[in-house]
Design a protein around this ligand. Structure first.
Ligand SMILES: *Cc1c(COP(=O)(O)O)cnc(C)c1O
Length: 755
C-alpha cells in the first residue's frame, strides 16, 4: 500500500500533512507513506514516519502538464493520494474533473459548491453565514459597510488569508496586498463574529460519510490557529444532515467546517476546507482516526482499531533530525513583511494561483465571491453635479475647493426639518453646528438661518459665530481649551458650557461666581466607558466620581445642569454608537441620583458620517428621543452637534492631471496637482471622484480600476487615491473633482510645497 500525502508545511499556520501521516502510521503500520512537497524548505519532509519523498519544483517553476501525467500515473498504479493543501486540491480536481478512485480529494463539482463565502452546499445545516460583501463594490459603499459593522471586519482572499481591517487605511493597504498576492480583485469583506471557534472534521468516500468529529479550540496561536482543543461526537441531528450533504456532493476526502459559536449559542460558518485540518491527529488521539478510515474505504484493507487516549490534545514544538539526503537549504531571504501567512509559505502556492489565473483555468473561479452585477460607481447626488456645473471650470486655477451652494443649503434645511419633526412641547431637539469642522462663513450662516446653535471649541470660534450674527445665547462652548485665547470670554449669557474635566468645572463654577462667565446651562462631558477617549470626566474611578459630585454641588442653582458625550460613530461604527448611547443613559441616571441635580440638557455630540446622519430614517433618532424621555424625564432639550455631516458634502476639490505614466499590465500612475495637503482625510474615508470629459465637458463618475493618483508633493505617502478607473482617453490637463472634501479635508488642509 502506497499513500501519497501533501501539505507538509509546519510553520505557525501549519498544513495537515504531518498529522495525516502520523494518523495513517497508527492505522497502517506497514503502509508505504510518501510525502509530497514543492519545496525542500518545508520542515515536515523530515518527519520520521515518511518512508519516501516526492519533492517537486515550486509551483511557479513546475511543468504542470508533465506533473499531471506523473500524478495520473501514480494513481493508476494503485497509489492513494491525500491532499493537504486547498490549492493543490483545486489543481488536482482540474486535471481529474471526475475524480479517480485513488484520489482521496473532492471533485471539481463538489469544490464549486463549497465556494467561499456563501458555501451554498451547507445551507441545510443550522449554521449562519456572517454578512459579507464583495470588494468589487464602490469604495463609498465599502466604507458604509465598515461603519455599519463597527469596523470589526475581515478582508478575505479567495483561498487563504484574512486580514482584520479596523480602519479605512488598513483596509486599503490589505486590499492592495491581497490583490497582488492572489492576482485577483475578487476579495470579500466579512463581518467579524465574536465567540469561540469550533470545527467539524469529516471523511467521506464517494459520497458516503465515513466519520465526523467535533473539536473546540481551547488555546490558539497569535494567528488564531489551534494550539489545543477538545474532541467530541458531532450532534446526531447535525451529523444526519451532514451525511445527506456529503451524499449530494458525492464527496471524497477529508473536509473541515470552521465555525464560531457566539454568545447566544448560535453557530456561524467561517469556511469549509476541502481537506483535513492541521489538528487532524488531535482527533486521532481522541479516538477518531479519519485518515485511516478514508484509506480503509478506498483500499478495503482494514485499518488498526483506534483507541482514544484522551479527549483533549495540545501541541508541543519538536526538534527532528534533518534527512541526510535533504540537507537544509541556504539561508532563506528575510521575510519582507506582508499581509497574511501565504507569503511565508515557501512552496509558491501564490504562484500557483497566479498561473491558474493566467491560464484562465475554469476552476479558479470557484472560490470567488458572488460577483457584483455590474461594475458600478457610487451614485453622486444630483445637487453635487448641478452645483459643480455652475462653475467656470475651464479657466479655473487648480487645486481649488468648490463650495456646493445648493447642496449645502439642502443639508442644513433637512437637518432643521428633522429637528422640528422630532421636537415636542416636552422636549426640544436642536442641532449645534460644529464650527471647527469647517469654519467657512457660508456654512456658519446657513446654520444660523436654519435654527442651529453655534458649537465652538475656542473663544476665537465663539467670536466668529458672534460676528456672523449668532447671539451669545445661541452659542454652545465645549472642549478642553475653552479659555483660549485669554480675555475673550463673552460676558453675556451663553446657551451652554460643557466642562471637559473636574478642573475645568471648578474653574467655570468660580468664573460664574465672579461674574466672568454666564451660561443658561453648565454641564459636564462624560468620558466614554469601554471606548478609549482622552476627553471628558472618567466614571470608572471612585475618586474622580466623588470630586465630580462635590463640584457639581457648587454649581449655582439658577444654572441648569447638563451632560455631554461625543464619540464619532464614523470611527467606532454605528451599531457601537447606539450601544454607547444606551449605556450613557444609564450613567446619566446614576449622576442624577448621586449629585441630586436634574439633567435638563443632553448634548450627544457629533461625529456622524454624512450618509449615516442624513439617509438614516427618523426611526432611530425618534426612538432615542423616547429613550431620553423615559430615562431622564428632566431633560428639556436634546442637542446634537453635527460637523462633517453638514460640511463634508458641501465642498469638492478640483484638480488637474499633470502627467500620465503607463506601466505594465495596464497599471497607470497619474500625477495630479492636488495632494494630501488638500486631502488630509485620504486615509480615513474614500472620496467620490468625477472626471470632466475633455471632449463633451460632461462630468463622469469614476469607478475602480488600475490607476493610482499621485499627489504633486515629493513625498512617498502622497497618494490621494488608489485603484481608480481612469477612462482610456484621459490625458494630462484633464480635470478631476474629488467630492466629499468639505469637512476636515478643507479645514485641516495646509500650505505645503508652494514656495
Ligand atoms: C469636533 C466636534 C464635533 C463635530 O464632529 P464631526 O465629526 O465633525 O461631526 C461635535 N462636537 C464636539 C464637541 C466636537 O469637538
Amino acid at each position: 500500500m502506497k499513500i501519497y500525502v501533501s501539505g507538509l508545511y509546519c510553520g505557525g499556520n501549519p498544513q495537515p500533512g504531518v498529522g495525516i501521516v502520523r494518523s495513517l502510521r497508527q492505522g497502517y503500520p506497514f503502509a508505504r507513506l510518501i510525502g509530497v512537497e514543492y519545496s525542500s524548505r518545508v520542515s515536515g519532509i523530515h518527519w520520521d514516519d515518511l518512508d519516501d519523498l516526492l519533492i517537486q519544483r515550486p509551483w511557479d517553476e513546475l511543468n504542470l502538464d508533465s506533473y499531471a501525467d506523473t500524478v495520473r500515473g501514480i494513481l493508476d498504479d494503485g497509489g492513494l493520494w491525500i491532499s493537504g493543501s486547498d490549492l493543490e486540491a483545486m489543481w488536482l480536481a482540474s486535471i481529474l474533473p471526475d475524480g479517480h478512485p485513488n484520489l482521496l480529494a473532492p471533485s471539481a463539482g463538489a469544490l464549486k459548491r463549497i465556494a467561499k463565502p456563501a458555501v451554498e452546499a451547507l445551507a441545510a445545516l443550522p449554521i449562519k453565514i456572517p454578512t459579507f460583501v464583495s470588494t468589487e463594490l464602490p469604495d463609498w459603499e465599502l466604507h458604509a459597510f465598515c461603519r455599519e459593522h463597527d469596523w470589526r471586519l475581515w478582508l478575505k482572499g479567495p483561498y487563504y488569508d484574512a486580514a482584520r481591517t479596523p480602519s479605512w487605511d488598513s483596509f486599503v493597504a490589505a486590499r492592495n496586498a491581497l490583490t497582488k498576492v492572489w492576482s485577483t480583485e475578487r476579495l470579500f469583506l466579512q463581518a467579524h463574529v465574536s465567540g469561540y471557534e469550533e470545527s467539524v472534521m469529516l471523511a467521506a468516500y464517494e459520497g458516503e460519510l465515513l466519520g465526523c468529529v467535533s473539536m473546540r479550540k481551547r488555546d490558539i496561536t497569535p494567528e488564531g490557529k489551534t494550539w489545543a482543543g477538545d474532541i467530541a461526537d458531532v450532534d446526531p441531528a447535525f451529523e444526519a444532515t451532514l451525511r445527506t450533504i456529503v451524499k449530494e456532493l458525492n464527496w471524497t476526502g477529508g473536509g473541515e467546517l470552521e465555525m464560531v459559536r457566539d454568545a447566544a449559542g448560535e453557530l456561524w460558518l467561517l469556511e469549509m476546507n476541502p481537506r483535513f485540518p492541521a489538528w487532524v491527529h488531535g482527533a486521532t488521539i481522541g479516538g477518531y482516526n479519519l485518515p485511516a478510515q478514508l484509506v480503509q474505504a478506498a483500499s478495503r484493507i482494514d485499518a488498526r482499531k483506534c483507541k482514544a487516549q484522551a479527549s483533549e490534545f495540545t501541541r508541543v514544538v519538536l526538534e527532528v533530525p534533518v534527512r541526510e539526503d535533504y540537507p537544509l537549504p541556504a539561508l532563506p531571504e528575510p521575510f519582507a513583511g506582508a499581509v497574511g501567512h501565504s507569503m511565508k509559505h515557501p512552496s509558491g502556492l501564490t504562484s500557483l494561483a497566479e498561473r491558474m489565473h493566467k491560464a484562465e483555468m475554469e476552476l479558479i473561479e470557484i472560490a470567488d465571491p458572488k460577483p457584483v452585477e455590474t461594475a458600478r460607481t457610487a451614485p453622486v447626488p444630483e445637487s453635487f453635479l448641478a452645483d459643480i456645473e455652475g462653475y467656470d471650470l475651464a479657466g479655473m486655477q487648480t487645486p481649488q475647493f468648490l463650495y456646493l451652494d445648493s447642496t449645502a443649503e439642502g443639508l442644513f434645511k433637512r437637518a432643521s426639518q428633522r429637528a422640528r419633526r422630532l421636537s415636542s412641547n416636552a422636549v426640544e431637539v436642536v442641532s449645534g453646528y460644529s464650527i471647527k469642522t469647517n469654519p467657512d462663513e457660508r456654512l456658519i450662516r446657513l446654520a444660523l438661518d436654519n435654527g442651529f446653535f453655534a458649537e465652538a471649541i475656542s473663544l476665537l470660534e465663539v467670536h466668529k459665530a458672534l460676528e456672523t450674527g449668532f447671539r451669545p445665547d445661541q452659542v454652545i462652548l465645549n472642549g478642553p481649551g475653552k479659555w483660549w485665547p485669554e480675555g475673550m470670554m463673552p460676558k453675556e449669557r451663553m446657551h451652554a458650557v460643557f466642562c471637559d474635566s473636574v478642573a475645568d468645572l471648578n474653574r467655570c463654577v468660580e468664573a460664574i461666581h465672579n461674574g466672568e462667565m454666564a451660561a443658561k446651562h453648565v454641564g459636564i462631558r462624560l468620558r466614554t466607558p469601554n471606548v478609549v477617549s482622552r476627553f471628558g470626566i472618567p466614571m470608572d474611578s471612585p475618586d474622580t466620581f466623588a470630586s465630580l459630585v462635590e463640584s457639581v454641588g457648587r454649581l449655582p442653582t439658577d444654572t441648569a445642569f447638563g451632560v455631554h458625550f461625543h464619540m464619532a460613530s464614523s470611527n467606532i461604527g454605528v451599531a457601537q454608537w447606539w450601544h454607547l448611547f444606551e449605556s450613557m443613559m444609564k450613567w446619566c441616571r446614576s449622576i442624577e441620583k448621586l449629585t441630586g441635580r436634574t439633567i435638563e440638557i443632553l448634548d450627544m455630540g457629533g461625529g456622524w458620517f454624512p450618509d449615516d446622519w442624513h439617509s438614516s430614517e427618523d426611526g432611530k433618532f425618534a426612538h432615542a428621543v423616547e429613550t431620553v424621555k423615559a430615562m431622564l424625564p428632566g431633560v428639556r432639550q436634546i442637542v446634537s452637534e453635527p460637523g462633517k455631516a453638514m460640511a463634508q458634502p458641501s465642498m469638492a476639490l478640483a484638480m488637474r492631471i499633470l502627467e500620465i505614466q503607463e506601466h505594465e499590465d495596464e497599471y497607470v500612475e497619474a500625477v495630479v496637482d492636488a495632494s494630501i495637503a488638500e486631502l488630509p482625510m485620504f486615509a480615513f474615508q474614500p472620496h467620490r471622484i468625477l472626471r470632466q470629459c475633455s471632449e463633451t465637458g460632461e462630468l463622469q463618475p469614476l469607478g475602480r480600476g488600475k490607476a493610482d493618483l499621485m499627489g504633486r508633493l515629493c513625498m512617498e505617502h502622497d497618494i490621494v487615491a488608489t485603484k481608480v478607473g481612469l477612462p482610456d482617453d484621459t490625458k494630462a490637463g484633464d480635470l478631476l473633482i474629488f467630492c466629499d472634501a468639505g469637512g476636515y479635508d478643507r479645514s485641516m488642509s495646509y500650505v505645503f510645497g508652494r514656495g
